[in-house]
Ligand binder design. Structure first.
Ligand code: KG4
Ligand code: ZN
Length: 347
């Protein structure tokens, strides 16, 4: 077979994404977002997201097919996010994908969203090496994966025990009075601040944590430490140095993520690290990862930001890997799995 033509559908959170890939080539990546509809609630409202997916799905699909000038009959496979994510939103995407699969007779793969965040890097940097580490960081996840084969061999080394990195940024953003989602605002403020101004804690990095939690993360203690520091500052009637707080907080998160992933790479004998997920847009993380990987002689692969946020291309890329690995398609009776384990690449 020539390079497989794959349609990818993503609807696990607030982005309706439809993309078409031919091998590593991204032909189109159409996205409709309901993020603005959630802003005034300070978080994603699943019912609003579901309804937005329902309204956006067919127009986004039509736009993708038209832009890429692809007919459904030409597809080799369809891939859709089966989990993890919000049940209602996932159900809209899976229902649409099943309808397409039935109407066209094309094989359907229900795939793992988090693994898609790593898989998408193939579209940018080409084939993966035989073994690599993937750090997937988003508003919902902070996970470290050891990958032997992105389609069939993904092992979860560790995850956050509480807040995800993006979630911690959004919560600190709220306490600093920034609009939702706070992550990008903190990033921007942090660039003007001194990252060494305040020494905030580094979760799960103490010697005693290295036995059980070498690969895990914890950001809720850090978030509380920032809250206490800001409260103390206000109680003393001092103006909160917002840029320094943002920079010192971002420094702690970037320090922990990169130190742990490099230690994990050494321990597992791998020399490639892939970083993905919406939080990998964070400039403090990108800078520190680039610096530390270069020092450690590790190849760092981070796709450009447009591939890191939720979109259909990550799902098409993982579907492409399934086709190439000869994985059997999903049977059409699969359901969505809001807490799909990270060892399960497809259903
Ligand atoms: O992957 P994503 O688009 O959605 C989820 O699956 O969660 O990630 C969104 C998360 C949000 O928490 C957002 O605040 C955070 O990523 N984020 C950032 C930046 N851009 C997005 N956090 C820090 N710095 C950024 N530049
Ligand atoms: Zn995501």
């Amino acid at each position: 077979m020539s390079e497989p033509l794959v349609l990818g559908i993503e609807s696990s959170c607030d982005e309706t994404g439809v993309a078409i890939t031919r091998g590593h080539e991204l032909l189109v990546d159409a996205v409709a977002s309901s993020v603005d509809e959630h802003a005034r609630f300070g978080g994603i409202i699943p019912e609003i997201a579901s309804r937005a997916h329902l309204e956006a799905m067919i127009p986004t699909l039509s736009r993708a097919l038209e832009t890429a000038d692809v007919d459904l009959s030409a597809l080799d496979a369809i891939a859709v996010t089966a989990g993890p994510g919000l049940v209602g939103p996932l159900t809209v995407g899976v229902s649409a994908a099943k309808a397409l699969a039935i109407a066209t007779g094309k094989p359907l793969y229900g795939v793992n969203h988090v693994i898609g965040h790593a898989a998408v890097d193939q579209l940018v940097h080409g084939d993966f090496p035989d073994r690599f580490l993937a750090l997937v960081v988003s508003g919902g996840h902070s996970s470290m994966l050891l990958v032997d084969d992105i389609a069939t061999g993904v092992h979860e080394l560790g995850s956050t025990l509480d807040d995800a990195a993006g979630e911690a940024f959004d919560k600190v953003g709220r306490l600093l009075g920034l609009p939702y989602p706070g992550g990008p605002h903190i990033d921007r403020l942090a660039r003007a601040g001194d990252p060494q101004a305040i020494r905030f804690p580094r979760g799960l990095t103490a010697a005693k944590d290295q036995d059980k939690h070498a690969y895990d993360f914890s950001f809720s203690g850090l978030k509380t430490a920032v809250a206490r520091w800001v409260e103390a500052c206000e109680a003393e009637g001092r103006e909160v140095p917002v840029a320094d707080v943002a920079a010192s907080f971002a420094e702690s998160v970037a320090d922990v993520l990169t130190a742990k992933v490099i230690a994990a790479a050494h321990r597992n004998g791998v020399n490639t690290v892939v970083i993905g997920g919406g939080f990998s847009a964070n400039s403090q993380l990108r800078d520190k990862a680039a610096q530390r990987c270069a020092e450690a002689g590790i190849e760092l692969r981070i796709p450009p930001i447009r591939y890191c946020t939720d979109n259909g291309s990550m799902i098409a890329a993982l579907g492409m890997s399934m086709v190439k690995a000869g994985v059997a398609p999903s049977t059409l009776d699969f359901g969505v799995d809001s807490s799909m384990p990270l060892e399960i690449t497809h259903v």
